[in-house]
Design a protein around this ligand. Structure first.
Ligand code: ATP
Ligand code: MG
Length: 392
């Protein structure tokens, strides 16, 4: 088909009545960013949907790939806008089935312009006859293999065939901002993806123990942010040196409580970065019971000094489910590249699984965490990422 347009249907956006203009504006902005580099595109908000006009110079495959990464889209379809003339509509319908093979079909017409001389049923029958003439496929109104959609708007008509699934969710940016604690493991990128899908814009924080460990975890974190930036178009990653804090904790705190104290320091540092960037929450890839440090008492022990809400979107996932999602997002391969995690350093064999808050507070009183955290923040590096459309 000689496409000249895309029709884009919102996911939940349509439900949020009061905020709707803001949701729509954000979605349009995100679509523009995602399709940058795909050639000429004009976007219009119309009829509670988004209509995108394209030309023969537009990279149609590139637009399809880009729209698949935009949260807030339920589904979309490339199609053809034609004059409100039944012959033009029929021609476009025949074009829309080119290259498609199906043994049953239906025509689905929606008519907004009641002044159009034929009603929906008459249009369905008229166009359906032509498709039948061409294909001899049977008409099936309940479970067709292929549907040709016709929309009669006030001024023009739109015809499209194949529809593509969108990501669903909400446009990134409509649900404020949060800091994701990004290790270079499998879980935290998936947790971040889940939050972005709810419209949250992420800032990324990665803690590393260089030069004690190699810079592999830092490089991995950078690669992961690059992949996730595809969904929010630009990102900032803070890489924070954590070695001195770990050494300080190790020198004061006995083995079983060390991991808890590291985690408290990580969350406290992430909270400082969150406040600086006007973020309203922290996000981690933690999962109940997956490892010894993630028991419910320990989760309480690491969270208690933090006043921002901490989201753990994977807390109820099975590892298998997380891995499956990491593969779909495209972070799995990077997450399993070998690296030395700062948390595997100085980790005792017998981590406490039922941390007591009063013991945690006793250790913390002996530490000079504020001073070390200040130094860590001063040593942090900031890296900015911008999504470039690779289809170019
Ligand atoms: P992941 O696969 O995300 O590493 P995990 O199941 O290995 O998670 P942990 O290593 O215990 O679990 O980490 C729990 C969470 O703490 C991570 O999901 C991440 O949010 C945060 N975290 C751990 N290490 C780091 C790090 N080096 N930098 C930033 N955040 C970290
Ligand atoms: Mg990990």
């Amino acid at each position: 088909m000689n496409f000249n347009s895309f029709i884009i249907h919102y996911a939940e956006v349509a439900l949020k009545r009061g905020n709707r203009p803001f949701f729509e504006k954000t979605l349009v902005k995100n679509i523009k960013q995602a399709t940058q580099g795909c050639g000429p595109i004009e976007i219009d908000r119309r009829w509670g949907r988004i209509l995108m006009m394209v030309t023969e110079k537009t990279d149609i495959e590139g637009v399809i790939a880009a729209l698949k990464t935009v949260f807030g889209i339920a589904y979309f379809a490339p199609g053809r806008i034609v004059d409100q003339d039944i012959d033009r509509i029929s021609e476009a319908a025949l074009e829309s089935i080119e290259g498609q093979s199906f043994s049953s079909f239906k025509i689905q017409t929606r008519r907004a312009n009641k002044a159009f001389p034929m009603d929906s049923v008459q249009i369905n029958i008229h166009v359906g006859n032509q498709v039948w003439d061409r294909t001899k496929a049977k008409v099936d109104l309940t479970n067709p293999e292929f549907t040709v959609h016709i929309e009669i708007f006030d001024d023009v008509a739109l015809v499209y065939g194949k529809r593509y699934e969108g990501q669903g969710g909400l446009p990134v940016g409509v649900s404020s901002r949060a800091v994701l604690l990004l290790s270079s493991g499998i879980d935290s990128p998936v947790a971040g993806f889940r939050m972005m899908k709810r419209g949250v814009r992420l800032f990324f924080v990665h803690f590393h123990s260089a030069p004690y460990t190699s810079t592999a975890s830092k490089k991995n974190a950078e690669k992961l942010v690059e992949i996730l930036t595809r969904y929010q178009f630009n990102s900032t990653l803070y890489t924070v040196p954590f070695l001195e804090i770990q050494q300080h904790i190790t020198s004061v705190v006995p083995g079983p409580y060390r991991v808890i104290m590291y985690r408290r320091a990580m969350l406290a540092l992430a909270e400082k970065i969150a406040r600086k960037n006007r973020c309203d929450a922290l996000v981690t890839g933690e999962n109940v019971g997956q490892v010894a440090s993630q028991t419910l008492p320990n989760i309480q022990a690491i969270s208690d000094p933090i006043s921002l809400p901490i989201f753990r979107p994977l807390c109820s996932f099975d590892k298998k489910e997380i891995i499956a999602e990491a593969r779909v997002i495209g972070t799995f391969e990077t997450s399993i590249e070998p690296y030395e995690d700062c948390c595997t350093l100085f980790v005792p064999e017998n981590p406490e699984t039922k941390a007591k808050l009063h013991i945690v507070h006793e250790y913390e009183a002996k530490l000079e965490l504020e001073k070390y955290m200040q130094q860590a923040l001063e040593g942090a590096e900031t890296i900015n990422f911008k999504f470039e459309n690779r289809n170019q």
